[in-house]
Design a protein around this ligand. Sequence first.
Ligand SMILES: *Cc1c(COP(=O)(O)O)cnc(C)c1O
Length: 398
Amino acid sequence: MNRCSLPYANWKWPEFKAALGAFATGRVGVGPDIDELENQIGQLLGEPNIFAVNSGRTALRIGLEGLAKLRPERREVIIPAYICPAVVNTIKSAGLCPVPSEVGPDLNLHPESAHRLIHKDTLAILVAHMYGCPADIVAIEGLAKKNGIYLIDDAAQVVGESINGRQLGTFGDFGLISFAQSKCLIAGESGAGGILICQNPELTPIAHTHVESLGPARSRGRAFLTFVWSYLLSGYTNKVTYYWRRVVPSSPKGISPARIANLDARIALCQLKSLARRRLERISVLDKYVQQLSTLGLRLPQYTSGKYLARAMTLLPAGSNVESCREQLRSHAIETRRGYPVFLTDDHSSPYAREMTDRLIELPLAPGMSDTNVKRICEHLGETLKKQEHCPSNQSIT
Ligand SMILES: *Cc1c(COP(=O)(O)O)cnc(C)c1O
């Protein structure tokens, strides 16, 4: 059976060659590729103050701690209610309080909802461009300026897209990028790298001192091998990994802040080279999906013709049993994933974000995926949904 996996990383020979080079020359932890990566990302974004660290979380933490130093009397950070849990946890671990705001149909922060949450304790608004879809950050930038609060441009999921000629990640007081699995530039599993982009001239020296104090990344050679084994070869290694984990459970250690490893910087540089090609290939697969899905009456709520998206997040009909649908697709060797859990303080604050979480599934979207595969996935999805229609006892109660 033709397996359709979710795209964890689109590595080709250059990435493996770069890694072998790092191993052969003993430049795994430190080396010259870190400066080179900072230079190239700086050029792409048109920004001088670029710091390469070991994760998006590290970048976010350093930025947040800097802002909190500048305005210690303020503790709240407004975030979209639909967001990766890493963001929520990082804000909390910086001693700050995340405040969820409703999102719009693009799954991004809704400017008016955010506006209503601003008050005297608000330190910053964090805007993320969910699955590569640009948020209305221009409107939110205006909002932040008018109210005298900081703006964070979380471009963890997107690199190289712009609004009005300004690159995402470069709005606001600071921005960030991540090199973790399923992002835009992938150097490995979470902990493989991230970028802090500083705009605020008061923040830059604080961030600079903080980054200088970080130690080099450790055990990255081993992390590389684990990533190749459990993500890139998962089709072959799943079973072995399963039994291995039963014998040797993985330690649930968090990522401690560090500089980026030279090995990961080298791989990120290769990914940067192929970014433009992979972007166009993804757009073409998205177009195929939208065509096929429309025949089923389904859509990708974030899609605009010709625009990039990192993932094919598909909205299932209201009342669908999402888990049974995923199970059916899995039986045809089609891997799927659900959306993020919604971060809410009470049940009624973000009904739209909650509904999206209940009804979204991610379909495989690899650059260069064939028409046949897209068609096959959509056909199986259609069959599954039809079965549910005819068997209402199967449906979840929402
Ligand atoms: C993944 C992600 C992060 C964190 O990046 P890591 O490199 O995994 O720490 C932050 N923000 C968003 C929106 C993300 O998707």
